[in-house]
Design a protein around this ligand. Structure first.
Ligand SMILES: Cc1cc2nc3c(=O)[nH]c(=O)nc-3n(C[C@H](O)[C@H](O)[C@H](O)COP(=O)(O)OP(=O)(O)OC[C@H]3O[C@@H](n4cnc5c(N)ncnc54)[C@H](O)[C@@H]3O)c2cc1C
Length: 384
């Protein structure tokens, strides 16, 4: 179980800044033009050197992880794309739990598999989510009742707005700061890093994982209930069984991009789940029943009351009252045949087509239900 994080600190081999690199192949949507400048950073030193390069040339910087939550503009990104590829896993015992520090460039699902192989608990429900550990922290990745912030302890980050050292760009350096969970302002699918996209580079993250011998039975959300899985299996599910069950559910909902499984080119759910007041909820029920009462009944449950009295609404339910149904196609983009919330690239889609479809979906829902859908996927560059 002992791994080394020394890779994080290894002396710089950073020499390569490439020009005009096509970004589409680095994203799960497989859409987007070229980066004016592009580099991969495998260590903190390489991150700093890339930032110094950008500063010297007055370039904007976009930090890329696995490219699974972004749409990149057709005309690309006129700045430096810094792909963080810092790897390595280091462990430290902490009472009956283990502190695990992971390079932000580690593929999230590889980290989940690693935790299962090492009988460390807390990540298994988040199996199969694409992207990197860095991207997971930024988005406060969440799935099936668990979220990154449940086990996240701290991260080492570089705040690009706070350089220190000598002022001439050549020698400029950036401080690595440790930022704790409570300072990250995590919320549902968001964090302070996500709210200020481009400002911070997460270089590694530390999680506290349990060595307890059973999976937490508390995992439950509107699509998954660990207690039901336990009943179905007749025993407390092993981590591998939880993972398998989650991967199967994800595949059925087109929320998986994995070799050997049915996959689509997408960025997952395109819109956030809206939270509405009780009055708004009542209005939605009324409107849906007016339009098609039977459909409303068939699609239940589609809203979940929250402890504060608000309601979490499945955007897919709202979309069921529009023409944007599963399998809908508009040019080279469409909606997954398995999931109304997932916009997919069905051919050689352009970012502008994705944006147009998303806009149409959003406006239609607004018109019918007066509900504002917020984009979960981030637009990078010039997208209208
Ligand atoms: C099929 C599919 C299913 C999905 N299912 C889920 C799900 O169940 N739950 C969920 O929460 N999300 C889901 N997503 C969305 C996405 O996978 C997550 O948001 C993921 O955590 C993004 O990570 P990434 O490395 O791909 O980030 P990217 O898409 O590369 O970047 C996203 C944002 O994070 C920033 N970023 C990335 N790495 C760093 C870093 N090291 N330092 C600073 N900033 C960084 C980028 O600048 C950008 O602002 C899904 C996506 C797909 C394609």
């Amino acid at each position: 179980m002992k791994h080394s994080l020394s890779i994080l600190r290894r002396p710089s081999e950073y020499k390569k800044i490439k020009k005009n690199v096509l970004l589409a192949r680095l994203t799960t949507f497989e859409v987007g033009g070229k980066a004016r400048f592009f580099t991969e950073a495998h260590s903190i030193e390489e991150v700093k050197e890339a930032l110094a390069f950008a500063r010297a040339k007055s370039l904007r910087v976009f930090v890329l992880g696995g490219g699974s939550n972004v749409v990149i503009a057709d005309n690309g990104f006129d700045g430096l794309v810094l792909a963080v590829r810092i790897r390595g896993i280091m462990t430290e015992k902490h009472d009956d739990r283990i502190l695990v520090t992971v390079g932000s460039g580690v593929v999230w699902d590889d980290f989940v598999i690693w935790s299962i192989e090492n009988k460390l608990f807390g990540l298994e429900c988040m199996s199969g989510v694409p992207g990197t550990v860095g991207g997971a922290v930024v988005a406060n990745l969440g799935a099936y009742g668990a979220q990154c912030s449940d086990t996240f302890v701290s991260a080492e980050i570089i705040d690009t707005l706070r350089p220190f050292g000598r002022s001439d760009a050549e020698n400029e350096s950036w401080e690595v700061q440790v930022i704790k969970n409570e300072e990250c302002d995590f919320s549902y699918h968001d964090s302070m890093f996500g709210r200020e996209s481009g400002r911070y580079v997460v270089v590694c993250a530390t999680f506290l994982l349990s060595t307890g011998s059973t999976t937490a039975l508390s995992y439950k959300d509107n699509r998954f209930d660990m207690a039901s899985l336990t009943a179905e299996l007749g025993h407390t599910p092993t981590q591998t069984e939880v993972r398998e069950s989650v991967l199967n559910m994800r595949e059925k909902k087109s929320s998986l991009i994995m070799k050997g499984r049915r996959s689509f080119k997408s960025a997952g759910s395109f819109f956030h789940m809206p939270f509405v007041s009780q009055e708004q909820y009542i209005e939605i029920v009324k409107r849906a029943k007016e339009l098609d009462a039977r459909k409303e009944e068939l699609l239940r449950p589609w809203a979940w009351e929250q402890p504060d009295g608000s309601y979490k609404i499945a955007p897919g339910f709202l979309l069921e009252y529009t023409k944007f149904q599963k399998g809908y196609v508009q040019g080279a983009v469409g909606i997954s045949p398995l999931h109304t919330l997932s916009i997919i690239n069905v051919g050689d889609a352009r970012a502008s087509e994705i944006a147009e479809l998303a806009r149409d979906m959003k406006h239609t829902v607004e018109k019918i239900f007066n509900i504002h859908l917020e984009r979960e996927v981030e637009y990078i560059g010039d997208i209208h």
